[in-house]
Design a protein. Structure first.
Length: 293
């Protein structure tokens, strides 16, 4: 029923914790699919020893290529993208699938809600510190505290864990590799779904995962994803999130499942956003590509 796609880059202790949590807390039928970037820390050997379906690359190819490659192995009707530094918590999958099955045949993307030690400024997350690495992680304490960590549902599903029908993933072609190694690739994916007619982007406040955060992104040379988004779509990432998705805004589930409809205020804001974008596009030229890069 659920193809869980995990890209990883030499984060073996975190990956082991993520996989163990899936095996312990996931009730629905599922498959775990891993893309191993590099893997010289023992990750590739461990994935093979566990018998996990996987793809691999000898170096880090970034999130976009990694997720696309391993998603090609998916066989279940729903595809769920999970980071390797996440721990799923009891009931996480049942709530997601309950809502997904209500929306059968429609275009939608759902997110579980992240519990983060540094999530105070993230309207889509719950700020709570149960450890910042594997050695410090206090899982039993976290599970006991779970009822008090649930929050209202929220608009604007963008960040993983994200669940959508596999046919939708195929329809828009997965993640856009021009955003490699990955900054703003999540936002771009939401925009691709928006252009394909998706209007249901919902984060479920009672489907929770713990996110250690930034385990891999601290090690990469980041692409200028915001500039790439602006040039690709003719609107800033911030304005798309704010005007179209209303990302992070608390919402009742029934209202959220009716889908976003742009009202007159939204359309006015969107026109102003496009005007600002045209000015910014003149001031911020696209980064040129050369073959030796």
């Amino acid at each position: 029923m659920l193809s869980i796609v995990i890209p990883t880059w030499n984060n073996l202790p975190f990956l082991q914790l993520a996989v163990a949590s899936i095996q312990r807390h996931t009730r629905c039928p599922h498959e775990i699919l891993v893309h191993v970037n590099d893997g010289s820390d023992g990750t590739l050997a461990w994935v093979r020893a566990q018998g996990l379906a996987h793809t691999a690359s000898p170096a880090n190819v970034g999130i976009c290529y990694a997720v696309n490659r391993v998603a090609a192995l998916a066989t279940c009707p729903y595809l769920l993208y999970l980071n390797d530094d996440m721990v799923v918590l009891p009931g996480w999958d049942e709530r997601l699938l309950d809502v997904a099955q209500r929306l059968e045949g429609q275009r939608f993307m759902l997110s579980a809600t992240m519990v983060e030690p540094g999530g105070a400024n993230n309207r889509c997350a719950v700020a709570a510190d149960f450890g910042r690495d594997v050695a410090q992680f206090r899982e039993a304490e976290l599970v006991a505290a779970l009822p008090g960590l649930r929050r209202p549902h929220w608009l604007g599903s963008t960040w993983p864990p994200t669940l959508l029908p596999r046919w939708m993933w195929n329809e828009v072609g997965g993640y856009s590799v021009e955003f490699s190694p990955g900054m703003s690739s999540d936002n771009d994916f939401s925009m691709k779904l928006w252009h394909a007619g998706c209007r249901i982007f919902v984060g479920l406040g009672d489907s929770l995962v713990y996110h250690f955060a930034c385990v891999s992104t601290q090690r990469i040379v980041k692409n200028d994803g915001r500039l790439a988004f602006l040039h690709k779509w003719g609107i800033s990432q911030r304005d798309f999130d704010r005007i179209c998705l209303h990302r992070g805004e608390p919402v009742g589930l029934e209202e959220a499942l009716r889908g976003r409809v742009l009202d007159a205020g939204d359309r006015s804001c969107l026109a102003a956003a496009r005007w600002r974008a045209r000015i910014n596009l003149k001031l911020k030229p696209a980064v040129p590509f050369t073959a030796d890069e």
